[in-house]
Design a protein around this ligand. Structure first.
Ligand code: FPP
Length: 255
C-alpha cells in the first residue's frame, strides 16, 4: 500500500495520457503457473479489469481501451470461446452499477454483431445505461482486429466513392480515421501490453502510429494498480516528438 502511494505521488496530474490502451495478456500462463484451468486466469483477469478501470477513472484518464476479445480469438477451442463469452456477459451485468457509481461511460469497438445475441444485448444495454456518464470512457474491444476494421473502412469508402458521396482526391487521414470503429475516440497516447510479449497483435494499428509503447513481463492477473502507475510514470518521462526534433519542440514550448 505504501509503495502504491509512492508511485501515485510521482504521477504528474498535468501530464496524464488522455487515452490508454491495454493488451491484457497472460491469463492462460497465470492459470498454468498456479496449476489451474485457463478460465481461472480469465476470471482473475476480470479482477484486474475492475481495479485498473477504477484507478484510471480516479487518475483522470479520459479513455481506457481494453482488448478483451480479438477476431483471432474466435479460433480458440469452442469451450474457451463459450466460457469467455459467458464471462464477458456476467462481468458486464455485474459491473454496470459500479460503472454508474464511478460515472464511467461504456463504449465498444469491433464486430459486435458477431457476438452471441445475449452478449450483444447486455453490452448494448450497458452502453445505453451509461451513455450520459461524463467521466472515464471505458472502451471494450470485442471481436476486434485492426485488419478487420481497416478492410471495413476501405469497403465503406469505396461504396461512397461509387455512389458519388466521396471523391477519391478528398480521402485523407481524417477520412480514414472517421471510417474506423474508433471514429469518435482520440488515438491512444500510451499502449500497454502485459505478459512480456513484444507484439501489437492486430490491435489499433492505424491509431498507435504515434503512441508510446510500454511492455511489462507482468501477467495480466498480476497487474496491480502500482504496475499501472509505473507505466504512467514511464510514459511521463518520455519525449513525444511526432516526427519533429527536440529543438523544434523546445522552441514551440517556449513560444
Ligand atoms: C489474453 O490472455 C486474454 C484474453 C484473450 C481475454 C481477456 C479477457 C478478460 C480478462 C475479460 C475482460 C472482461 C471485460 C468485461 C473487459 P491469454 O488467454 O492469451 O493468455 P496466455 O497468452 O497466457 O495464454
Amino acid at each position: 500500500m505504501e509503495a502504491e502511494q509512492t508511485y501515485k505521488d510521482r504521477i504528474d496530474k498535468e501530464r496524464m495520457p488522455r487515452h490508454v490502451a491495454i493488451i491484457m495478456d497472460g491469463n492462460g500462463r497465470w492459470a498454468k503457473k498456479h496449476g489451474l484451468a485457463r478460465m481461472f486466469g480469465h476470471r482473475q483477469g476480470v479482477e484486474t479489469v475492475h481495479r485498473i478501470t477504477e484507478a484510471a477513472a480516479e487518475a483522470g484518464i479520459r479513455y481506457l481501451t481494453l482488448y478483451a476479445f480479438s477476431t483471432e480469438n474466435w479460433n480458440r477451442p469452442q469451450q474457451e470461446v463459450d466460457a469467455l463469452m459467458e464471462l464477458l456477459v456476467d462481468t458486464i451485468a455485474k459491473e454496470t452499477p459500479t460503472l454508474m457509481k464511478n460515472n464511467v461511460q461504456l463504449l465498444t469497438i469491433g464486430d459486435l454483431e458477431r457476438l452471441p445475441k445475449n452478449a450483444q444485448d447486455k453490452f448494448r444495454h450497458c452502453m445505453e445505461q451509461t451513455s450520459q456518464n461524463t467521466g472515464l470512457r471505458l472502451v471494450i474491444a470485442l471481436s476486434y482486429s485492426s485488419r478487420w476494421e481497416i478492410i471495413r473502412a476501405v469497403q465503406q469508402m469505396a461504396k461512397e466513392v461509387q455512389s458519388g458521396t466521396l471523391r477519391v482526391e478528398d480521402i485523407d487521414e481524417t477520412t480514414v480515421s472517421q471510417h474506423l470503429t474508433t471514429c469518435n475516440i482520440p488515438d491512444p497516447d500510451l499502449l500497454i501490453r502485459t505478459s512480456g510479449e513484444l507484439r501489437i497483435s492486430n490491435f489499433l494499428l492505424w491509431q498507435v502510429a504515434y503512441s508510446e509503447l510500454y511492455f511489462t513481463p507482468c501477467l495480466w492477473p498480476d497487474f496491480t494498480v502500482e504496475e499501472f502507475y509505473k507505466a504512467l510514470i514511464d510514459y511521463q518521462g518520455r519525449e513525444r516528438r511526432f516526427g519533429k526534433t527536440s529543438e523544434q519542440l523546445n522552441t514551440e514550448n517556449k513560444g
